[in-house]
Design a protein around this ligand. Structure first.
Ligand code: ADP
Ligand code: ASP
Ligand code: MG
Length: 412
């Protein structure tokens, strides 16, 4: 008998019919004798709808505490519906909100971190033979305020519960049958991976592959939770996220390609090149709580230099205003920016033992006439910033160049 935590995403509980199908699936696992804790997201589109309502009444800027009170309702609906569907099938079940379980978080509304989970109630219910249905994405802070864990946060609820309960496996059920070499909606010939290491999955998630929330992968790696991504309604082995980096002849250099359209680029030109200049430029940006991702400073010409960095698109206007002020303060020639950019990254632990990976990437992009604006590398990834309109072309070209394409279907 195993203890399994199963998380079902928004599309998997998007209609009454689908919730019935999830209930059937959970019932089958129960009949195998497994103990099941289910975590559900809100019905697909619901969280966006709620955020939109909040924005309408708040001139686009809702008070974070109240926003969390509201968006957490999406999951409260689906836990109750799923519990009803299970009970109707003769499966004893009980639903709990994050507060009722007591998923304790910090007080960072809209992006809270889980601090502790009280497993008493869950264990008692499991012992009494009940399926426990827990609301994803939400918790409660020490003052009793409702908090939420950031978009995609139900994945993290699932993994955190699995860690707290020392579950045998955490299964993330979604609308694709595993983690692919890249988003299968962009590259139809993307391939499902049998396995991917936590380290690679973390890079993929951080660099834009939203199949798993970043924090859920961090959590699973930290507590060594066996994690698997599966299709909600199709049979199959899915993708296992593992710790071991098996060295085999077949190991690909690149496991996957991630991309991200959420960034914007800012440039300050003609900056007097003196010690401390990077701090003068980025200090005011970080003081405004804006996170900077990639940074490039050019070699100086006539004692002036150009300095470019990227931020989240939501922070672009704010960052540009600050940079314009900095330009005036330090006597730079001009400040400007561009939102029509995208970041494409190749990820793989195989890169560690292979030279020339980056140049192969640059060659593939050059062949398509795609200009690289910025580059950053780490041990297991290479990222480039390009013009957004070339994003899909770039991802496809790299997918082919690194021999990731699935075999062509017969007749092609
Ligand atoms: P859920 O609502 O179940 O949480 P998400 O939309 O958050 O589902 O995540 C699943 C989606 O992630 C897929 O539909 C797919 O388009 C996208 N995705 C992006 N990158 C990948 C990848 N490398 N492998 C699989 N899916 C990916
Ligand atoms: N419902 C939340 C969201 O849409 C959490 C989740 O689905 O994981 O982001
Ligand atoms: Mg998700």
């Amino acid at each position: 008998m195993a203890l399994i935590v199963q998380k079902f995403g928004g599309t998997s509980v998007g209609t009454i019919e689908r919730i019935e199908m999830v209930a059937e699936k959970v019932k089958k696992f129960r009949e195998n004798g497994d103990d099941i804790v289910v975590v559900v997201s809100a019905m697909s589109g619901e969280t966006n709808r709620l955020i939109d309502l909040a924005k309408q009444i708040s001139d686009g800027n809702p008070v974070p505490r109240e926003l969390d009170v509201m968006v957490s309702t999406g999951e409260q609906v689906t836990i109750a519906l799923l519990a009803m569907a299970l009970i109707k099938r003769g499966v004893p079940a009980v639903s709990y909100t994050g507060n009722q379980v007591r998923i304790l978080t910090d007080s960072a509304f809209t992006k809270a971190r889980i601090l502790q989970i009280d497993d008493h109630k869950l264990r008692a219910d499991l012992k009494a033979g009940r399926v426990v249905v827990v609301a994803g994405f939400q918790g409660v802070d020490e003052h009793g305020n409702i908090t939420t864990l950031g978009r995609g946060g139900s994945d993290t609820t699932g993994v955190a519960l699995a860690a707290a309960l020392k579950a045998d496996e955490c299964q993330i059920y979604t609308d694709v049958d595993g983690v692919y070499t890249t988003d299968p909606r962009v590259v139809p010939r993307a391939r499902r991976l049998e396995k991917i290491t936590f380290e690679e999955m973390l890079e993929m998630a951080s660099l834009g592959s939203k199949v798993l929330q970043i924090r859920s992968v961090e959590f699973a790696g930290k507590y060594n939770v066996p994690l698997r991504v599966l299709h909600s309604f199709q049979e199959g082995p899915g993708t296992l996220i593992t710790i071991d980096e098996e060295e085999s002849m077949e190991q690909p250099i690149i496991s996957g390609i991630a991309f991200n359209r959420d960034e914007a680029k800012l440039t300050i030109r003609g900056v007097p090149d003196t010690p401390g200049v990077a701090f003068k430029i980025l200090g005011p940006i970080s003081a405004a709580n804006i996170e900077v991702d990639m940074i490039v400073q050019n070699v100086s010409h006539d004692n002036t230099t150009d300095f470019t960095f990227t931020v989240h698109r939501n922070d672009y206007q704010n960052a540009l205003r600050i940079l314009e002020q900095t330009a005036r303060d330090i006597g730079a020639r001009e400040a400007g920016g561009d939102v029509d950019i995208a970041k494409v990254s190749i990820v793989g632990v195989g890169m560690r033992s292979h030279a020339g990976v980056a140049s192969r990437m640059f060659e593939a992009l050059a062949k398509e006439g795609i200009n690289i604006q910025m580059i950053s590398t780490s041990e297991i990834k290479v990222s480039v910033v390009i013009e957004e309109k070339y994003l899909e072309l770039a991802v496809r070209a790299l997918h082919t160049a690194f021999e990731l394409d699935a075999p062509a279907p017969q007749g092609e």
